[in-house]
Design a protein around this ligand. Structure first.
Ligand code: EPU
Length: 336
């Protein structure tokens, strides 16, 4: 494994921002990962593990530590019964590649997560979710290396503290995921509860998994920017989870605000709706940064915007939302 120096981080994240990494390496197996952590420790450096960089906002100043790009590959069928199949996949696999693999084996469950531009490891860290499916519902266990002790860890699903875009691994960056075990269905039952997907199929019967994947691809293409063309990290903010009382107060002024289920006493509200229909900010732009014309929850770098500009823009959005509905919104992207 080669440790490189002064690597431009803007080439390693979909928002296309960031200064240089003082040190950078790509790890292809557990041994290399341990070697990289030891290098950071021996040289008193901070370190960070990245996947495809599709949920990051990287600062303009240089990162004075070691950036470790997770590139451990491999996927396999582990075991099978009449109903489920356990499949393992390494953290550096692309999530889409993993979906293609399981679909080719006739397995289902995670197909609604099609076209999310991340790696398997990152998808677990932030418990990705889309179109009525969350990755946590298909995870059996997560393996990795604890950078503190350099020992291997195995966490069962119930110990991962999964929540809405949350997990133990998001809070504790010393727990570095290397491999994930998924429990997938042998029989395909489409999950069409999400309104856009339900509308797409209307009353169609006998829908195949390939048709669902095609539908998700089309829906996403119509709403989300192509990260290969525009700088973006997808949803920039989380959908706020607020109390029922706060919700009914907002409703007095804005009666059409939708809500989704959350834990007892709370509801989740679509911030995209708030930014668009309540704040009138769809397509709002300052310089090279703006809210995407077709989906207000997404901040776009229209070319050459810095972290500084994006961060300032996000602060303005946060203030505008607070002015209108008195809710403090949280960011979904991780800042490095
Ligand atoms: N809406 C508007 N205007 C907008 C955007 C949305 O009125 O500009 C309304 C929609 O009509 C809908 C509601 O807001 O009634 C929710 O919008 P949408 O279904 O597009 O989903 P979202 O809440 O904005 C979440 C995830 C996305 C995921 C979609 C689809 C978060 C933070 N985001 O977005 O995930 O693809 O649902 O399931 O939970 C990501 O995490 O990066 C991401 C893209």
């Amino acid at each position: 494994m080669k440790i490189k120096q002064n690597i431009r981080l803007s080439e390693y994240n979909t928002f296309k921002t960031g200064g240089n990494a003082k040190f950078f390496c790509e790890v292809k197996n557990e041994g290399e990962l341990i070697e990289a952590i030891k290098f950071a420790k021996n040289n008193n450096l901070k370190f960070i593990v990245i996947g495809n960089g599709s949920n990051l906002l990287i600062k303009d100043e240089d990162y004075l530590g070691l950036v470790i790009k997770m590139s451990i590959k491999g996927k396999d069928i582990d075991s099978k019964n009449d109903v489920y199949t356990i499949v393992s996949t390494c953290a550096g696999e692309s999530f889409d590649g993993f979906i293609s693999f399981v679909v080719s084996k006739g397995l289902s469950g995670i197909e609604n997560l099609w076209n999310i531009p991340g790696t398997v490891g990152a998808s677990v860290v932030q418990n990705i979710g889309a179109y009525g499916t969350e990755v946590k519902d298909y995870i059996v266990s997560v393996e990795g290396i604890d950078a503190d002790s350099l020992n291997k860890f195995i966490y069962k699903n119930e110990n991962c503290n999964f929540g809405y875009r949350e997990s133990t691994f998001k809070k504790n960056k010393n727990l570095i995921i290397t491999k994930v075990f998924f429990k997938l269905n042998n029989a395909f039952i489409p999950n069409l509860e999400y309104p856009a997907l339900k509308d797409y199929f209307l009353d169609k019967k006998n829908i195949s998994i390939k048709e669902v994947i095609k539908a998700i691809g089309k829906i996403r293409k119509n709403k989300l920017p192509d990260w290969k063309v525009l700088g973006t990290a997808g949803s920039f903010f989380k959908n706020p989870i607020i109390s029922e009382k706060e919700y009914s107060d907002i409703l007095l002024k804005y009666p059409s605000l939708p809500k989704y289920l959350a834990e007892t006493g709370f509801v989740k509200i679509p911030l995209g709706f708030v930014l668009d229909k309540i704040c009138g900010l769809k397509g709002f732009k300052i310089g090279k940064v703006g809210l995407y014309e077709k989906q207000s929850l997404i901040i776009v770098n229209y070319g050459g915007a810095s972290y500084f500009e994006i961060n300032n823009f996000a602060k303005i959005i946060e203030e505008k939302v607070y002015e209108k509905i008195k809710i403090k919104i949280e960011r979904e992207v991780e800042v490095i």
